[in-house]
Write a protein that binds this ligand. Structure first.
Ligand SMILES: Nc1nc2c(ncn2[C@@H]2O[C@H](COP(=O)(O)OP(=O)(O)OP(=O)(O)O)[C@@H](O)[C@H]2O)c(=O)[nH]1
Ligand SMILES: [Mg+2]
Length: 304
């Protein structure tokens, strides 16, 4: 993870360190060094706008930097870069973990998972169900994807394996009605949370977008979670914007971080999403869901 762009950041630090050990840093120095490393950032899948944003922010932070003779120029540069990127990464921290929200929130606490096709919604629901169970909370999983063949069975299999209550609907059934059934079940059985899986949809599919609006209107979720695939870069940022406009997005779960070998795609999403990142998916197992941890990412990017 972050392998390729880690090299680019280490070159950035070294080159700026060299520049500052001779004289005070100027905007031109920073442009020159950025021009030299820009291609490797882009090749590492960092979005063009993100490269530009970093260039401007680092200019603000670094121009005028002076190092005393025999001072540690590279160390001073690294510290400033860490401050800038660390600050950006910290913006994504969610105020509260889902476990706390469920524990402290209304009972049952209702969560809708949404996103485009194949980003990992169903897998993520199973992981979240497992996480709640481990913390002594009882969820019900609701298959409100009545659209895609196999979707109901896929979720049912997870629920059975995990020993979690499960509510399904018939193919073609109204997803809002299925979601409501899940809510009624949770109320009757005194469960803590309702986790609602929805069909993958593109913003261009007006029927499906109308359908997710209806689910939200009918069950009034306490949390609307958008699932995004780390490999999709800029497109993920656009997806979050569409869903935010359509139904509102409270927080994001970023999946497949383990599969983003270069790292720039995930980094670009994290730096430009403008929403709290509640968890990251780091594999296909039930345990492969981690809280978003900015300092761990910063270490991977800038660590020596
Ligand atoms: N490596 C990796 N694979 C993941 C992760 N999360 C999900 N996947 C895989 O991504 C694929 C799609 O996952 P699903 O959970 O079916 O995605 P979905 O969003 O429900 O898909 P649709 O219902 O068709 O829209 C599966 O092969 C999952 O195992 C993750 O964090 N890491
Ligand atoms: Mg699914």
């Amino acid at each position: 993870m972050f392998g390729k762009i880690k090299d680019a950041f280490s070159n950035l630090t070294r080159k700026l360190g060299e520049a500052v050990s001779n004289k005070e840093l100027t905007p031109e120095d920073i442009d020159r060094v950025f021009d030299e490393i820009e291609l490797s950032l882009l090749e590492g899948d960092v979005a063009y706008e993100v490269v530009d944003m970093l260039r401007e922010l680092l200019k603000k932070e670094l121009v005028g930097l002076k190092i005393r003779r025999f001072g540690n120029a590279e160390g001073a540069v690294r510290e400033r870069i860490a401050k800038v990127i660390g600050g950006l990464l910290a913006k994504g921290v969610a105020g509260k973990d889902l476990v706390d929200l469920v524990r402290e929130g209304p009972k049952p606490y209702i969560v809708v998972f949404m996103g485009v096709n194949g980003v990992g919604k169903t897998t993520t629901i199973a992981k979240v169900g497992y996480l709640l169970l481990k913390n002594g909370l009882r969820p019900v999983i609701v298959a409100a994807d009545t659209f895609r063949a196999g979707a109901q069975e896929q979720l049912e299999l997870h629920a059975k394996r995990l020993g979690i209550d499960y509510i399904k609907g018939k193919y073609g059934a109204d997803p809002a009605a299925v979601a409501k059934d899940g809510l009624i079940h949770a109320e009757k059985a005194g469960l803590d949370a309702v986790l609602i899986d929805t069909a993958g949809r593109m913003h261009t599919d007006r029927n499906l977008m109308e359908e997710i609006r209806k689910v939200v209107r009918v069950v009034r979720p306490n949390l609307k979670l958008m699932v995004l695939d780390a490999l999709t870069g800029n497109d993920a940022v656009a997806q979050a914007r569409w869903f935010d406009e359509a139904v509102g997005v409270d927080a994001v779960i970023l999946t497949k971080l383990d599969a983003d070998a270069k790292g720039g795609s995930a980094l670009s999403i994290i730096l430009s999403i403008g929403k709290p990142i509640m968890y990251v998916g780091v594999g296909q197992g039930y345990d492969d869901l981690k809280p978003y941890n900015p300092s761990e990412i910063l270490n991977k990017l800038l660590g020596q």
